[in-house]
Design a binder for this molecule. Structure first.
Ligand code: ATP
Ligand code: MG
Length: 551
């Protein structure tokens, strides 16, 4: 069983429904509102909705919950579909739009009026709260509550036909102004809003409210189990009331806790603020917790699915540590990403006994554990770049892998070489180091079998390509940027979350395609950026090789 299909309390409910014969097939749905890009929180819902349908050989619908024209956009519609596919799920034929049901919803609203279960209320919006009251005391009956059915039908018709200004009145369910659940105190079902809708254009000036729309959408589509996040638990009695009162097919709403991660925020509205205020470079900025941002950074769909499987479905609110996601990503990349050599903080190495004009090529495995991934050729010559920290004057301990004068090391896959001298400037900064190599050690091992302690990576100075490296850190400096409700979360942005550096890469890396992932040996996981070209190589640092030690 994969992580995604691991059992949970939702599956227990479904098992019982199948066993009792209440249901014979399972239909779920993922209902994004196209008002932003998907984030990793949505991935949890997607894995549950699609994963559950998969587990029971059922179907999962993708339904755009496009009932709020003001915030919605075609750009988001496209991006959401691309992200779900990238995550590894497919809705097949089952693509639906809440807006395609506007006609049915309107008919149902009229039906509620005819049953005496809904009325048009012209109470000014400012007085709504006052009439609704507080949970421990009953609310007050709003004006219009006792109007006749005929009056209400006429008023609702007038609403629909544009006879009222935006916000002048709403259609309300007639339930119970004394209910301890405020959501049952005659909630609004329809509002007036003159806004162009991406699907229905200017056909409607009245739009259904979320609770009314959602229950009807689920019912029309024959959704059997409608999973949503915990904040909707208190809405469930309304969901049930609407469908029972209309006497239509009744799905079961099941709530689970949201996915939250440390050092980031998980709300489309807040992420939109970051984008609009240019605090990040768009929705797909690799610092963002959006699926497109994570993809651009080099995170894999498999790793994200794995995280969702590990956190599972529960009813306990919590914040997961971002390190957990990162370890899922490292585990996946370690198994799947080809190795390459890149030097991020270069110093020059001159091999004094290597012929000046000789160039050799070495064939190195793309992924040592997976022969089927083949090999690549890497040029070698007299002058190389190695990492600055692979040279030291005096080694701190015997774990040090690199050069010091007199030390022989293995240049990965090429030769053994011994450091003979170092050149420094007046400030004692290393300019270059000089070595001699052992021509008998081709491939990296000596014929006499002598051991060398360290293996370091390198690139040939005359053949390497220069690249821009984008290094990422946490988007926020605070573990929970929303902990202080009175503070502006944007002040907690980590100013150092993006650092641009330069690097020298083995030449083949220029030919990488945007999105290709690599492990730069001994350095970390990297991914060719969307803007990467062979003329201007750009790599995102996905993650360091190992998790930094916690202090
Ligand atoms: P946001 O709060 O980011 O604006 P939303 O809930 O308004 O998100 P929707 O487009 O309505 O966004 O969400 C689609 C589905 O994804 C819903 O079923 C919602 O419950 C679920 N979802 C949203 N955020 C999370 C999260 N952090 N963890 C799990 N599921 C989530
Ligand atoms: Mg929402």
């Amino acid at each position: 069983m994969t992580e995604e299909t691991k059992t949970n309390f939702i599956h227990d409910i479904i098992d019982a429904d199948l066993a009792s014969g209440k249901r014979t097939e399972i239909v779920t749905r993922f209902p994004p509102e196209p008002n932003g890009y998907l984030h990793i929180g949505h991935a949890k819902a997607i894995c549950l909705d699609f994963g559950t349908a998969e587990k029971y050989n059922g179907t999962c619908h993708l339904r755009f919950d496009d009932t709020n024209p003001a915030a919605e956009d075609e750009e988001y519609v496209q991006a959401i579909q691309a992200d779900i596919k990238w995550l590894g799920f497919d809705w097949g034929e089952n693509l639906f739009w809440a807006s395609n049901y506007f006609g049915t919803m309107h008919t149902y609203a009229v039906e509620l009026i005819k049953k005496g279960k809904a009325y048009v209320c012209q109470l000014p919006q400012a007085d709504f709260k006052n009439y609704r009251g507080i949970p421990t005391e009953p609310g007050k009956e709003p004006p219009g509550r006792e109007n006749s059915i005929e009056e209400n039908i006429a008023l609702f018709e007038k609403m629909k036909n544009g006879g009222f200004d935006d916000g002048a009145c709403v259609l309300r369910a007639r339930i119970d102004m004394a209910s301890p659940n405020l959501h049952l105190r005659d909630p609004a079902l329809y509002r007036i809003k003159r806004a162009h809708h991406h699907n229905t254009g200017d056909q409607w000036c009245t739009y259904p409210m979320y609770d009314f729309a959602h229950s009807i959408e689920d019912s029309i589509e024959g959704v059997t189990h409608s999973m949503c996040t915990l904040e909707f638990e208190v809405h469930r009695p309304l969901y049930d009331w609407i469908l029972q009162t209309l006497d239509v097919f009744q799905p079961q709403q099941i709530e689970f806790s949201r996915l939250n991660l440390t050092y980031t925020v998980m709300s489309k509205r807040k992420l939109l603020e970051l984008v609009q205020e240019n605090l990040v470079n768009g929705w797909d900025d690799p610092r963002m917790p959006t699926l497109c941002g994570m993809r651009r950074r080099g995170f894999t769909a498999a790793a994200i699915r794995k995280l969702c499987g590990i956190v599972g479905a529960t009813k306990v609110e919590s914040i997961s540590e971002i390190e957990l996601l990162e370890s899922c990503v490292r585990d996946d990349l370690n198994e799947t990403s080809p190795r390459a050599m890149a030097v991020l903080d270069p110093i020059k190495v001159i091999i004094e006994n290597y012929p000046t004009d000789l160039v050799e090529t070495f064939e190195l495995p793309n992924l040592p554990k997976k022969e089927e991934l083949g090999t690549r050729t890497v040029p070698f010559s007299r002058e190389l770049w190695i990492e600055r920290n692979d040279y030291i004057d005096v080694p701190p301990n015997n774990k040090f892998k690199g050069f010091f004068v007199g030390r022989e090391v293995r240049l990965r896959g090429a030769y053994l070489a011994t450091c003979t001298s170092v050149e420094k400037d007046a400030d004692n900064n290393v300019g270059s180091i000089t070595c001699t190599y052992d021509p008998e050690s081709k491939g990296g091992s000596a014929p006499d079998g002598r051991k060398v302690k360290g293996t370091i990576h390198w690139v040939s100075a005359n053949h390497c390509v220069d690249a821009e490296i984008r290094n990422y850190d946490r988007l926020f400096s605070a573990e929970n940027p929303l902990a202080d409700k009175d503070a502006d979360f944007k002040t907690l942005i980590n100013p150092d979350a993006l650092q641009i550096t330069a690097a020298k890469l083995e030449p083949d890396l220029a030919q990488a395609k945007p999105g290709n992932r690599f492990q730069f040996e001994r350095v970390g996981y990297f991914c060719a950026d969307l803007d990467h070209t062979s003329e201007k190589p750009i790599f995102n640092r996905t993650l360091t090789l190992r998790a930094p030690r916690k202090v």
